[in-house]
Design a protein around this ligand. Sequence first.
Ligand code: GAR
Length: 208
Amino acid sequence: MLKILVCVSGGGTNLQAIIDSVNQGAITDTEIVRVISNNKNAYALERAKKAGIPAVCVSPKDYADREQFNEAFLKAVDEAAPDLIVLAGFLVVIPVQLIRRYENRIINIHPSLIPSFCGTGYYGLKVHEGVLARGVKITGATVHFVDEGTDTGPIIMQKAVAVQEDDTPEVLQRRVMEEAEWIILPWCINLIACGKVTVADGKVHISE
Ligand code: GAR
């Protein structure tokens, strides 16, 4: 049984996709052991509660400095003893100690085709604003392992989504979620639960 911890900041639609996939059996042999939000008002916390998943809020606002927040965050993660940490719309920079302790055991969903429209400053709607400003015709989503850089870790899966002429950032965000994020994030978790994902030389191999 793969024990996963999901970190969230906002609406939690990706969390919902994971919950639904576990309940419907599209993600096998997996238990969501805890949800952590940095934002006490995140609707994602409500989704966790409705699904009966233990959820906690660990907010940088409640700590005197970053070091104390990092310590509390690490504690909240370690208590859950996860096999895999899933960043599902988590908009906080995670402590480097955590990245080292959970090497190749943290995955992130990013709403573009990495290496485009990623890195510092590209998160949430800003990604889609950048896509529309540049006028690219294809965007998408990427699931990757988290390393010490921003959106630089080994790529597990990507899915392309067409940009349309009259898109607004909000419309495009929704299409990328529906056509890519909610599909590839649960898919990757299931592949990991099935032991099919390995990393070598910074690249991911998925076995049959
Ligand atoms: C999603 O689009 C996710 O890809 C993005 O935040 C949104 C969260 O939505 N994450 C990033 O931008 C990370 N750099 P959700 O709370 O409804 O899942």
